[in-house]
Design a protein around this ligand. Sequence first.
Ligand code: UD1
Length: 418
Amino acid sequence: MGKYIIEGGYSLSGEIKVQGSKNAVLPLLAATVLNEGKTYFHNCPKILDVYNMLNILTAIGCTIKWDKDVLIIDSSNITTHIIPEKYVQMMRSSIILLGSVLGRLKTVKISFPGGCSIGTRPIDLHLKALKQMNVDIKDRHGFIECSTNEIIGNKVSLDYPSVGATENIMLTAVLSEGITTINNAAKEPEIVELQEFLCKMGAKIEGAGTDTIIIKGVNKLNSVEYRIMPDRIVAGTYMCAVAAAGGEVLLKDVCKEHLNSTITKINEMGCFIKEFEDSILIKAPERLKSLDLIRTQPYPGFPTDMQAQLMSCLVTADGTSIIAETIFESRYKHVAELVRMGADIIIDGRIAVLKGVNRLNGAEVFAEDLRGGAALVLAGLGAEGKTIVNNASHILRGYENLEKDLSLLGANIKYSSD
Ligand code: UD1
């Protein structure tokens, strides 16, 4: 499972480049199934979730090639509508193939993804929408089987602005008959990225980034070359790394517009932040300030994917902070580990109350999920002594160069595959 070994107490300085976005590239990889041609990706992050998605694409008939750093996917021949179960169990977000394989073949079979370490994660909203688009859905023996003679556009209203459901509906509707309107759509930047990518392939979509998205079905899509946008959560994680460890760092290749809510909170903690065209300078104060109440919310609110990393900063801030996790019901797995390092945190349902301590102590801890794992690494940077973060494979799902980047900035961190 691998581990990170961190000797705390080294402040960070210098500059690093932020990788391409995980949550943007996964739906784009799924979307390549739709174009019956070639897709060339630049800036694709080399992370476990991407490799898993590429394994699935290979298993259903795509050919995958890397030409130096350019990822080339040829989806001319899709040989099966069945998504191999082992990959779906490994990566919940493979549910995004529901829409694209259905769009391409008019049939798809995928095992029910089930829960994961951050919550039960149902897909009822995805399925309800597909039913409204003339798709027949059978849910039996742990598998979902979708089929249709023709996908027919419809007005779909989401009960909640789910990112995955919005993406699956867009992917299903691209090659449909008629017009699909998604009301109460998710507004995340990754949705805008998916619209831009699909439109570059010849789709007709507008409205992404607002709560109404309109998709006019087309008959055919074309080959495409595309550069993946920077990862806003990795950028936010690195900003929190500076806040937790101290120092001054320039983050290059960031999209600052995607980071507004994160920048606001990091700024309120007392960090100095200067924004440039596509980079951000962050400087940590002597001691961080606590925050009154942080609520995780759909975009443009504060992202749930940044909750754990922010918590790693606030546990040593001056004063008491409160976090309300409103998106996922059990996204506090990192709390017990932070407490093991000396943090003072009380959880009551979805509320976490954090009383800032002077300093954390290094300890052996266990990552339970991707962002919670990254948060433990950040805690280790600022802690006194040695921290070992076990189960590092969770972190490799989403971070391409965590220990290389942090080492470059002066942290004392090593990765061991043992
Ligand atoms: C995506 C992101 C994830 C991020 C999340 C929220 C990817 C690969 N993952 O996950 O990193 O934390 O958005 O920003 O992009 N829900 C239902 N029924 C459904 C679908 C969702 O009840 O059919 C609930 C979920 O249980 C959760 C909430 O809606 O409580 C948000 O989920 P959703 O926006 O769908 O997140 P994901 O797309 O799974």
